[in-house]
Design a protein around this ligand. Structure first.
Ligand code: EAX
Length: 335
């Protein structure tokens, strides 16, 4: 009897040990974003996770944490460097603090249209800048899209740059955004995205600027009356993975993740285009007054940002000549 019991126990132990490695091998990749669950970043991150789960037979699970639950965009990138977070899909807002050359993409009216954006981002310039991330402990899995940014505010219908005078506007945390809004005569206040809705609600700021996909999913129409389709910045996004995490993955898993990220990028760009086609009317339906200002006077007002010595130097990573070269190359490629 005892012998039989022992056999059963040993057999059970064998079964547990045989099965255990598979369950222990499961890899969880947490991916944080700043935006609301229905926003295109999160739909794309879920799509990415689905492909990865399928291709790895469930060995890798991507868990998406929207709405700044894991911190601001800057906090999350720092988390990737420390290895406390595996992935994030972020705007370029905070990225200039990690790789200054990214500030290039923050210049106003740099790109003509989406084709021009993709040509620069997916081409040599975008690839070279993305390659720099690895040196600071993060790895780019591709340029996604936040979108063309438009201005909303609670005070006035904006038709000309002059209408921006004295308007307190929240901007992302980078001096290029601050200088751009100053050159329009507005009073910019840098702030993390997670604090923005409350700041608009409590009137700490009058205005903000974001792509339609963000404006609509964050329900800014509840606290902002006016929407001006200025398209002043094209805001790229970037899918990032912690380099520490990346180095623990097998080459097979790395390939699956890289390919899935490219597929999800194309999916996300499609969603972003659709958002731009549909959400202006949706915002109007929610009660916003929409204006379509002539962009030329805005572009003229912000042209000074391109001549700003500290911006040029920063874009060159501390080298003004390199900065000017990069700006010229981007302008030529974006044409
Ligand atoms: O990345 O901070 C911002 O306004 C960004 O556009 C937003 O968080 C999406």
């Amino acid at each position: 009897m005892r012998k039989k019991l022992l056999t059963v126990v040993l057999f059970s132990l064998f079964v547990v040990l045989a099965v255990a490695p598979a369950s222990y091998a499961k890899i969880i990749l947490k991916c944080g974003t700043s935006t609301q669950p229905t926003h295109i970043y999160n739909l794309a991150a879920e799509h990415f996770g689905k492909i990865v789960a399928e291709k790895t037979g469930g060995e890798i699970e991507v868990q998406v944490f929207p709405a700044s639950q894991l911190g601001s965009e800057r906090d999350m990138v720092e988390g990737l460097q420390l290895g406390s977070l595996e992935m994030t899909l972020t705007s370029t807002g905070p990225m200039g603090n990690f790789v200054p050359q990214v500030k290039l993409f923050n210049l106003p009216f740099l790109f003509k249209d989406r084709e021009s954006c993709y040509r620069v981002l997916d081409g040599e310039i975008g690839t070279q800048i993305a390659d720099r991330f690895v040196k600071v402990g993060i790895r780019s899995l591709g340029w996604y899209e936040n979108g063309f940014r438009n201005i909303t505010n609670s005070k006035v219908a904006v038709n000309r740059p002059e209408d921006m005078k004295g308007i307190k506007i929240r901007v992302m945390e980078d001096d290029v955004f601050i200088l751009t809004m100053k050159s329009l005569g507005a009073s910019p206040l840098p702030m993390a995205f997670g604090e923005l809705y409350t700041a608009l609600e409590q009137k700490t700021v009058d205005a903000q600027e974001n792509p339609l996909a963000v404006i609509h999913s964050s329900r800014f129409f509840e606290v902002q009356k006016y929407l001006a389709m200025t398209g002043h910045f094209y805001s790229p996004a970037v899918m990032l993975i912690s380099e520490m995490t990346w180095q623990t993955l097998s080459p097979e898993h790395q390939k699956i993740i890289a390919d899935a990220a490219t597929q999800a990028r194309d999916y996300e760009r499609g969603l972003s285009l659709k958002a731009d086609q549909e959400l202006e009317a949706a915002c109007a339906k929610e009660g916003m007054t929409v204006t379509h200002p002539d962009k030329a006077p805005f572009a003229k007002a912000v042209a000074a940002v391109y001549k700003n010595p500290s911006v040029i130097k920063a874009i060159g990573g501390g080298d003004a000549k390199a900065g000017q070269k990069l700006i010229d190359a981007a302008l030529a490629a974006a044409k």
